[in-house]
Design a binder for this molecule. Structure first.
Ligand SMILES: Cc1ncc(COP(=O)(O)O)c(C=O)c1O
Length: 354
């Protein structure tokens, strides 16, 4: 089994640690650690290893499913990985651009057909997905709301994808890590029926990436097969992570309201900045990410982002990591003062080099 290098992680690994401002983080800044009890009763594995039964039942309610149809994982990353390991024998159809795991992992275990969003408005042509499905397609993969564009595909689009997957006797897997940042979240795909599989975590909407706590919800056959893999990948989620994630989920109304407000506020700051500099963007409807056009005078996102980090110590994500070389991804979920500092340095850089 061969896996492609994770382009974004490799870029971050080179620069993130030493840079002054991380303007490409895909999640929201974490809430203060003092707001949480960080002492779990035990320092052993989570037992049962597929997650605390009460927490699983709470999560399962969102999907109109019993607790047994949710498995808790080490972040959405493990939820996606084990879902693909369980589901893909032959072929997956993946909507791109997207978070690289969502096509690289299925590509490692089977074959992938990518269906690109139309870069004019980052919309999805449902017919193109239908054409990409073939006998042997195991899963159609969507990330909604989408990273890196921040676009939220509407209910009709998701319903059409679900029908396409169901007609092919395949699954629709939707990575929904940004769903609860929407003012009016769509029903999760795992609540749509027996062909729906949802993955999520507390990393993005709750700002708790360090918990490494996520989950997968779906039909029993999928959850059971994924759990067979989690026995070999991490055995159980982290005890600390689950302990803090549970508290965040219990008080999610307040946490999510604060994070939605931050996302909306920072979105408008970034929109004004880009407008002033004449840079088009993906006009995100949800989340804290957007794709932005690389300014004239640069040879693509990689050159732009490398020069920026060298000259101004600010990290943006090159579009090449998402297969869109004429863009970069900005992440605006960071604290306000850091956002302001990052934009000030970015402005200096663009003015000096433009
Ligand atoms: C769409 C998407 N899915 C999954 C992940 C991984 O999330 P987690 O921290 O929950 O493993 C990310 C992280 O950036 C992401 O953007």
């Amino acid at each position: 089994m061969q896996i492609q290098p994770f382009a974004l992680e490799r870029f971050f690994a080179r620069h993130e640690h030493d840079a002054d401002v991380m303007l490409a983080e895909s999640g929201i800044r974490p809430p203060p650690v003092a707001e949480f009890d960080t002492e779990p009763d035990s320092l052993g594995y989570v037992v049962p290893t597929d997650g605390d039964p009460e927490l699983r039942a709470t999560l399962a309610d969102r999907y109109d499913r019993p607790a047994a149809e949710v498995v808790c994982t080490t972040g959405a990353q493990e939820a996606n990985f084990t879902a693909f390991a369980a589901l893909v024998d032959d072929h997956a159809v993946c909507v791109t651009p997207t978070y690289q795991s969502l096509h690289a992992v299925p590509d490692a275990v089977g074959e992938v057909t990518r269906v690109g969003l139309d870069s004019a408005g980052w919309t999805l042509d449902v017919e193109a997905v239908k054409e990409a499905v073939r006998p042997g397609t195991d899963v159609v993969v969507l990330n909604n709301p989408n990273n890196p564009t921040g676009r939220y595909h509407d209910r009709e689009t998701v319903a059409a994808l679900y029908e396409i997957a169901a007609d092919a006797d395949a699954y629709l897997l939707c990575d929904e890590v940004y769903r609860l940042l929407a003012e009016e979240p769509l029903p999760p795909v795992a609540a749509m029926g027996e062909h729906g599989v949802s993955t999520s975590s507390v990393s993005k909407a709750h700002g708790l990436a360090g918990c490494r706590f996520g989950w997968l919800a779906g039909p029993p056959a999928v959850v059971d097969a994924a759990t067979r893999w989690t026995d070999y990948t991490t055995i159980s989620p982290s005890t600390f992570g689950q302990h803090v994630a549970r508290q965040a989920i219990e008080r999610r109304e307040k946490l999510l309201a604060e994070n939605r407000a931050l996302a909306a506020d920072h979105r408008s700051i970034v929109a004004s900045f880009l407008d002033e500099h004449g840079l088009g963007w993906s006009d995100p409807d949800c989340g804290v990410n957007a794709l932005v056009e690389v300014p004239d005078g640069f040879d693509g996102g990689e050159q732009f982002c490398h020069s920026l980090v060298e000259e101004e110590s600010v990290v943006l994500a090159p579009g090449e990591a998402f297969g869109v070389p004429d863009r970069f991804r900005i992440g605006y979920g960071l604290p306000r003062a850091e956002l302001a500092e990052g934009l000030e340095r970015l402005e200096r850089f663009i003015e000096r080099n433009g």
